[in-house]
Write a protein that binds this ligand. Structure first.
Ligand code: ATP
Ligand code: FE2
Length: 324
């Protein structure tokens, strides 16, 4: 089976073609704000301008290799409303054009499914950490249940905010990681875990304050140690509660080698297996939408046109997972 997927919930517009085995083609266009953070309408405008180009490039591959597209999947949410609407409109048009089913995919679930596909994890506790989301999830009775999540901003957003305040360019995560490597001292910062949830807003502010008095490398190191320990603590407890034997790390912050190292140590101590997909499958990409569409299609889940409205606040645990 071959499925075309369209992603464009935020900064990255991406179209891909996958089959059960692998990615056949993927083309992306990335919106880079002139200054500051992402502007929803400008990002949507960017996606509209590049839509024809990325889709055509992928369709050219399909035509050249004489491939038959059997469904069109698109990210239905969560994400920025104007971006989602641009992507959904293109997906509906493609589904009508090829006369194939439309499949609305939950973006967060797509991060998880592509992670499982590319690592071989079967039933993991998932730590999903990106610019928009921070959640600890596991499949239980047909849904990805959210065991813990952020009470305010995501860890990626906290890193980016802190970085901006201390004069590092966007995205902040990689720069903080690099600076942290030359640190010599840990500076105590607010560690906030409430039940199974965590909070990063206070940490971001306190770190920016600390940077006025302390060495920036030390603050970057302390930020990472504090934030990642919070994430590992909740992941560890979810592993015990859910009685799972695997941990899967997904989302852009998962590129961080210190976070990987800390999770790996926790998993070794608990006798669990730790999985991380290749970097290109960690950030937003069309392949994850196409692949999730494929597994949904294979168990008969499609989205009628009348139900294809975008869902900016689409929760992970709203989706009934029938394909596992
Ligand atoms: P989503 O829509 O799923 O929330 P996103 O649009 O935020 O995703 P991602 O690529 O998943 O996009 O994540 C981007 C975030 O990852 C940014 O906050 C960035 O700072 C962070 N990041 C990237 N590389 C690193 C790194 N090496 N260490 C820490 N954070 C990183
Ligand atoms: Fe994402």
């Amino acid at each position: 089976m071959i499925v075309l997927g369209l992603e464009g919930t935020a900064w990255n517009l991406s179209c891909a073609l996958v089959d059960e085995e692998d990615v056949i083609a993927e083309r992306s266009a990335t919106y880079v704000p002139a200054k500051g953070g992402i502007h929803p309408r400008e990002a949507a405008q960017h996606h509209a301008e590049h839509m024809a180009g990325v889709v055509k490039a992928v369709l050219d591959v399909a035509r050249k290799d004489d491939l038959t597209i059997e469904a069109v999947a698109f990210s239905q949410g969560p994400g920025l409303g104007p971006c989602l609407r641009t992507v959904a409109t293109a997906a509906r048009a493609l589904s009508l054009r090829f006369n194939v089913p439309l499949i609305g995919v939950n973006h967060c679930i797509a991060h998880i499914e592509v992670g499982k596909w590319k690592t071989g994890a079967t039933d993991p506790v998932v730590l999903y950490v990106s610019g928009g989301n921070s959640q600890v999830l596991a499949l239980r009775r047909g849904r990805y249940r959210i065991f813990g999540e952020t009470l305010d901003i995501s860890v990626g957003n906290a890193l980016d905010k802190f970085a901006r305040q201390v004069g590092l360019s966007h995205p902040g995560g990689p720069k903080v990681e690099k600076l942290a490597k030359s640190s010599k001292e840990y500076i105590p910062l607010p560690y906030v875990v409430k039940g199974m949830d965590f909070s990063f807003s206070g940490l971001s502010t306190a770190a920016a304050q600390a940077a006025k008095k302390h060495d920036l490398a030390d603050v970057c190191h302390s930020f990472q140690e504090t934030a990642f320990a919070m994430l590992v603590e909740v992941s560890e407890r979810a592993l015990a509660h859910a009685e799972k034997k695997e941990v899967l790390l997904v989302g852009g912050v998962g590129a961080n080698s210190r976070l990987r190292e800390m999770l790996n140590i926790m998993c070794e101590e608990r006798g669990a297996k730790f999985y991380v997909p290749e970097k290109k499958f960690m950030g937003d990409n069309g392949s994850m939408i196409a692949y999730t569409g494929l597994v949904m299609m294979k168990c008969g889940v499609t989205t009628p046109l009348a139900e294809s409205r975008v869902r900016p606040g689409y929760r992970t645990d709203e989706v009934v997972v029938t394909w596992q």
